[in-house]
Design a protein around this ligand. Sequence first.
Ligand SMILES: [Zn+2]
Length: 238
Amino acid sequence: MATLNIPESLETLKKAQDLDREIYTARQELAFFPEKIHQLTLDLEAEKSRMLDLEKQLKDIQVRQRAKEGELAEKEGLIRKYDAQLAQVKTNKEYASLQKEIDSLKADCSMVEDSILAILEEGDQLQRAVREERNRLAEVEKEFEARKREFDARGEVLKAHLDELTGKRSGVISQVPEEARRLYEKILDKKEGLALVPLVGEACGACRIDIRPQLLNELKLKEALVVCEHCSRILYTD
Ligand SMILES: [Zn+2]
């Protein structure tokens, strides 16, 4: 690296590092969007499935109601039929037996009516729940659309910003000598977009571990690029 103009290379790399940091952050933000949208979609799906479940319960209850109403109509029909037969029976025994049958049917009807009332009440509650869930679902859908529009808009801004940053970056990085650029980019890839860090006191600005005195001297001499022995990032000192 003796052929490198170290102070000049470092100055240019600092500019590249500023841009690369911004590029890294923007890319990170963009990378999280699919996950965020997926989460929103899951919330929406859960709400839709609650809605479907309630609607199904409501349908079931309507089926039960119709069945009970049919049962009631059938028993009432029998009562009318037996009532008509009462006028035609010949013996007291027959009359008493028919009357007993009618009384029993009336008792049954009263029980069926009670269960219809209970079903109607249950149905009312369910209908309220369905209305509430429908409102909630509409809210969640609205929220979903709004958030998605937000993400899309932010995504567009980020992409445009990234284009601008990468354009600037290629201008800057092309001024760095090949050897230094290769080292810098290798570290950049492996170290979350942070390849060049200042010395802070006598420690590395990234991992905060003290730098050996010999390396501190080399840093001050600015005759070669010096990397932190712990986190492998390129160090600089002003
Ligand atoms: Zn370090």
